[in-house]
Design a protein around this ligand. Structure first.
Ligand code: DHB
Length: 392
């Protein structure tokens, strides 16, 4: 075999390898780049910060190398704007050459990034966006957060058994709010309750007063609330100042309204509020106690909320998947994210291999004061809840 012939042979073999493994866009030895698309300014900045802190904490506690490859974050601020989220996701894929995308604080931001993940075949870990249908927006999405129907049905079943027969629902007027409203109504009415009125409030800068007046006039046993993380304090203040608590109207909801980042600042008006949710900082497992302690230590005493847990677990899903593929990215990495199960600070979780969505416990909790601080104290559980379905 002469040299020229041999060279041709080598080129042909290299060509076959490229065909067999896909274009070598994702190097398999250098760092694994994780592009976090997060809202770090604007009204939902607190959520972006919790997710980032949770993701970073995973590396602090488990080391910054997975399957022999160093993890590098590329973090960019979408300002809560879908166009900006799409643009920065494109930049991350094309210029930064990220191997994985993650983050997505609000449903419209996840929907804006979906085509970028699909076209570039980049696995993308959804760490917040909780509208059921988000998972269908890209076959490259894997969700480690929650869905609103998952978190609404628990309190919908609990309420009629506990003297709450009539409810007015009050939700943010976009995907997750509508999912919460519809799934709550369906399960609550099937359990013997009746929804008197369904109120939808603007997502940005809502003034709750006129809506709360309407609730008061309807005189329901309770108001069921979904608001995205960060908005609850303002709602709680107006709930008290409009005298709804004094009028005997109870407050129930998904745990977004009493989330751990802001709960302690709400004051006594939050005491006794019952919600259903997948995470409480007061979850009494050793995994969670260690997680909360480590998070506080790394973040100036701040409490983690469910967004931090999703950032943290997102990194665990990535770590498990990289171990399974021996550090390989792309579609093999996506496939290795599916079907995982592990013990999260929230309890046992699973990523359903078919739907790519999270299956998890949903807890019923009541706000109580413990050692001088307000917490969501879990008192009942629905185990291994799958997303009950979209818009139902
Ligand atoms: C969404 C955002 C939140 O902050 C939350 O608590 C639940 C859902 C969302 O936009 O999907």
């Amino acid at each position: 075999m002469n040299f020229r012939y041999r060279l041709h042979g080598l080129v042909a073999i290299a060509g076959l390898l490229v065909l067999a493994t896909g274009a070598p866009a994702h190097a398999q030895t250098g760092p694994v780049k994780v592009g976090l698309v997060l809202s770090l300014t604007g009204p939902f900045a607190a959520t972006g910060k919790q997710i980032e802190a949770g993701a970073r904490l995973y590396l602090t506690r488990h080391g910054d190398t997975m399957a022999g490859r160093k993890i590098e974050f590329v973090v960019k601020d979408d300002g809560g704007l879908p166009d900006q989220a799409k643009r920065i996701a494109q930049e991350m894929v094309v210029n930064d050459k990220v191997d994985v995308l993650g983050g997505f604080v609000l449903t419209p931001l996840a929907l804006a990034v979906a085509p970028v993940a699909s076209q570039s075949k980049t696995p993308a870990i959804v760490m917040s966006a909780g509208t059921s249908s988000v998972i269908d927006a890209s076959p490259f999405f894997v969700r480690v957060s929650f869905t609103l129907p998952q978190n609404s049905v628990g309190v919908a079943e609990w309420a009629p058994r506990n003297g709450i027969k009539s409810v007015v629902t009050l939700v943010s007027d976009y995907g997750p709010g509508i999912d919460a409203e519809l799934s709550f109504k369906k399960r609550f009415e099937a359990s013997g309750g009746a929804v008197k009125e369904a109120i939808r409030v603007p997502v940005r800068n809502p003034d709750f007063s006129p809506f709360l007046q309407k609730v008061r006039d309807e005189k329901p046993d309770a108001v069921f609330v979904f608001l995205p993380a960060g908005v609850g304090t303002q709602f709680m203040k107006q709930f008290a100042s409009r005298g709804l608590d004094k009028a005997g109207i109870r407050l129930i909801g998904t745990g977004d309204v009493t989330e751990d980042d802001i709960l302690n600042d709400m004051g006594d008006v939050a005491l006794g509020v019952v919600t259903s949710h997948h995470y409480s900082a007061a979850h009494p497992s050793p995994e969670n106690q260690a997680f909360v302690e480590a998070f506080k230590k790394a973040n100036g005493g701040k409490r983690p909320n469910y967004m931090a847990v999703a950032g943290y677990d997102g990194m665990r899903v990535l770590s498990n998947a990289l171990k399974a593929t021996g550090g390989k990215g792309g579609e093999p990495l996506l496939n290795a994210m599916k079907g995982q199960s592990f013990d999260s600070p929230r309890g046992p979780v699973q990523i359903d291999a078919q739907t790519r969505d999270i299956v998890q416990n949903v807890y019923i909790r009541r706000v109580e004061r413990k050692e001088g601080e307000l917490y969501n104290v879990e008192f009942d559980v629905m185990k291994a809840v799958r997303d009950p379905g979209r818009g139902n």
